[in-house]
Ligand binder design. Structure first.
Ligand code: TXA
Ligand code: MG
Length: 320
């Protein structure tokens, strides 16, 4: 079983030896390996059951450290890095030859970010390591936002989990690629396209990447094992499916049609950041609740609401 601890030096020691270690970030927990250790990189794919053609995000301690792995840094990307790093923004940039094909799945670009979590940032800055880290869940399952969730899903396959408490953003980073200077949104996340436009002065293209060029954008993703349906009208859906054992994932308001224990409200105040922060924890709990169906309410609005809905649509994809 994995050790769970708060010792970043122990995590750094194991990573330097070529081990795979789970690390906290502000978005979700990552399953990390030193990008110079091919065996450890292969182990990430094996542990997750991740297809070899789905590339990994590289985590660095600073913009300067990140720049070492990048062949050219468009001005618009540099502005974004200076403004949002450390933070939940991943930039897809041309890579240098020293970035392993195992990290990039053979692509000519590398996805890179500086995460905003005190323990992991200290680890990265003090060790100078660059860490490839996908979310620390089995492929296609719900991302973890606590060390205990990582332990539950992958504890028998890794040696150490660096416990940084509960993730504060709660959903995966925004991913932006560049055609020259032109930013293109590959995955919505905590930083909305409006914020990217404000910093770059450029409008953000939102053309969906083709699924093969950007395999992580496949439709089915982030799914609980319990069937999940995304609904506009919770009352109508509950009445339609009332003979099933229902778990409800609600935005602001409880439902008086099912017992309190069978429903989770993401944010009673209607705070979208709070809803994002609570999303995966709620999905983990509902998936463990023995329900035959989860009904999830759509979240209204733009910005981070879009990122939350994107995750819910993907969680529902395999059942529609
Ligand atoms: O917040 C996050 O980004 C978390 C934490 C751990 O940093 N990581 C994360 O990693 O969500 P993962 O592997 O679950 O998602 C990475 C996404 C995948 O959809 C992958 O296809 C995409 O990034 N990606 C990685 N490298 C890419 C590249 N060179 N070009 C396009 N997409 C890339
Ligand atoms: Mg993931």
């Amino acid at each position: 079983m994995a050790h769970i601890g708060t010792d970043w030096k122990e995590a750094a020691r194991r990573l330097t030896m070529g081990d795979v270690v789970a690390i906290p970030t502000e978005t979700v927990y990552g399953l990390a390996a030193d990008i110079r250790c091919p065996d450890a990189l292969h182990a990430i794919y094996r542990i997750k059951g991740r297809p070899q053609h789905n590339p990994l995000i590289v985590h660095c301690g600073s913009l300067e450290q990140a720049a070492q792995w990048v062949r050219s840094f468009p001005l618009s990307a540099r502005k974004l890095a200076e403004h949002f790093w450390p933070g939940p923004l991943t930039l897809v940039l041309p890579r240098t030859d020293s970035v392993s094909d195992i990290v990039t799945a053979g692509q000519d670009t590398v996805a890179i970010r500086v995460p905003d979590h005190p323990l992991t940032l200290t680890l990265l800055q003090e060790s100078g390591l660059a860490l490839a880290a996908p979310s620390a869940n089995p492929s296609n399952y719900i991302s973890p936002v606590t060390a205990q969730q990582v332990d539950h899903m992958l504890g028998d396959r890794i040696g150490y989990i660096l416990d940084g408490g509960r993730c504060t953003a709660g959903i995966e980073s925004t991913i932006v690629a560049f055609d020259g200077e032109q930013p293109r949104l590959l995955r919505p996340g905590p930083i909305g396209p409006e914020a990217v436009e404000a910093v770059t002065g450029l409008s953000v293209l939102e053309k969906e990447g083709d699924a093969l060029a950007h395999p992580g954008m496949f439709k089915k993703h982030y799914s609980p094992r319990t069937p999940l349906i995304l609904v506009d009208d919770v009352k109508e859906a509950v009445l339609r499916d009332r003979d099933r054992r229902l778990g409800l994932l609600l935005y602001r308001h409880r439902s008086d049609l099912v017992p309190d224990a069978d429903q989770i409200v993401l944010s009673p105040e209607g705070d979208l950041e709070e809803a994002a922060r609570n999303l995966y924890d709620a999905l983990h709990r509902l998936d463990a609740g023995g329900y035959s169906l989860i009904l999830a309410e759509k979240i209204p609005g733009e910005g981070i609401a879009r990122a939350v809905n994107d995750r819910l649509v993907k969680a529902a994809a395999s059942y529609e």
